[in-house]
Design a protein around this ligand. Structure first.
Ligand code: P6P
Length: 353
């Protein structure tokens, strides 16, 4: 028995190429029980959806009917891109006949989509934003898909999916797929955050970054400063602080997944605050902010509305929006401190008047 066996380089490379998503789930859970089997299969289906969307995006400019608008407006009141519809249908298709997921709740659908043949068996719900940042698609800039898996609770006999209106701490798994120079799938099942890179030659997502930790602090702040005059004073005070102090740099792509991915790896903060027109913010809670908040906390970071942890917010409706401040612990706290300072000042003025 060789007790200090050193694997050869090609053995290390082969082992790495065999660390697919489904195997990684089992490695984390250290068992092959029914729940582990479910999660492994669920992640495999997510990976398939990512590959189908990535394939279409990679050839969008060469194919008829892929780019541009459908002429429809979705439940969010946003114009729908052809790619939004395609990606939404991809997720539905890969979960049909899977026996895994009973319901899919999507940004693109007013009500959840039920897969009745799966419901007696699959008690999971997939909540997802099939293509986030679709305004970037026609100019070939990165976009993403965001997902979370929740356990269906109760029978949902009236198809109201009211059991989905629970805090993000009920999420079993969450992640995103970033369609960038390479296609990456980043996920967590509550045991750290891990990234897989699609190897087109294999057609597999292969483990590329394990146990990602977001730095306590980073130089990047990511926000659409075009909304400056619509923000509350506390956010404006924070932005003025960014402008007046060295060591900060702005990065903003207009697509949440890419902006979040940068913060996850390099540190700093992404924020989409409420505005005068949209005090609740633009980003959706259930399938955008809560999944990313789950990842942020798993990577040692934080996610806040500005006054409350995102993962503690209990939605009152499926497509509820929320302000989002997410990233390094110190940087999220700095934004919150400006909000709190303004609130104190406004409270003391109110007392005096
Ligand atoms: P704005 C894309 O439409 C999106 O939902 C997110 O991906 C992105 O972070 C945000 O909206 C961009 O919004 O108002 O800066 O264009």
């Amino acid at each position: 028995m060789v007790d200090s066996y050193q694997p050869l380089d090609h053995e290390l490379a082969l082992d790495r190429d065999c660390t697919t998503l489904s195997r990684h789930v089992f490695q984390q859970l250290q068992n092959f029980g029914p729940d582990a089997q479910d999660l492994s299969a669920l992640m495999n289906r997510i990976a398939l959806a990512g590959k189908l969307v990535a394939r279409r995006l990679s050839r969008a400019g060469l194919m008829e009917g892929v780019l541009g608008f459908t002429g429809e407006v979705n439940v969010q009141g946003e114009t729908v891109k052809k790619m939004d519809v395609y990606a939404n249908e991809v997720f539905i298709s890969v979960f049909k006949q899977s026996g895994l997921v009973c319901r899919l709740a999507s940004e693109e659908m007013e009500k959840p989509y039920y897969i009745p043949e799966n419901c007696p068996i699959g008690r999971y719900t997939l909540v997802y934003d099939p293509i986030d940042g679709s305004s970037n698609i026609d100019t070939n800039i990165n976009v993403g898909s965001i997902f979370a898996i929740r356990q269906q609770q109760g029978e949902d006999l009236d198809d109201s999916a009211s059991d989905l209106l629970q805090s993000g701490r009920q999420q079993i798994a969450a992640g995103y797929i970033l369609y960038g120079p390479s296609t990456m799938l980043v996920y967590s099942i509550g045991k750290g955050v891990h990234a897989f890179t699609l190897d087109p030659s294999l057609g597999e997502f292969i483990l590329s970054n394990e146990n990602i930790q977001t730095p306590e602090h980073g130089p990047i702040y990511s926000v659409n400063e075009g909304n400056f005059w619509q923000w509350d004073e506390g956010i404006r005070d924070y932005i003025r602080y960014m402008h007046r102090h060295e060591g900060y740099t702005a990065r903003y792509s207009g697509a949440l997944v890419g902006d979040f991915h940068r913060i996850l790896f390099q540190g700093g903060v992404f924020l989409y605050p409420g505005t005068v027109k949209k005090p609740e913010g633009k980003l959706r809670l259930l399938y955008e902010s809560a999944p990313l908040a789950f990842l942020a906390e798993q990577a040692g970071g934080r996610a806040s509305t500005g006054t409350q942890d995102i993962l503690d917010v209990i939605p009152e409706k499926l497509h509820q929006r929320t302000p989002l401040i997410v990233g390094s612990r110190e940087d999220v706290a700095l934004v919150e401190s400006f909000i709190q300072e303004r609130a104190r000042e406004e409270a003391s003025v109110a007392v005096k008047t």
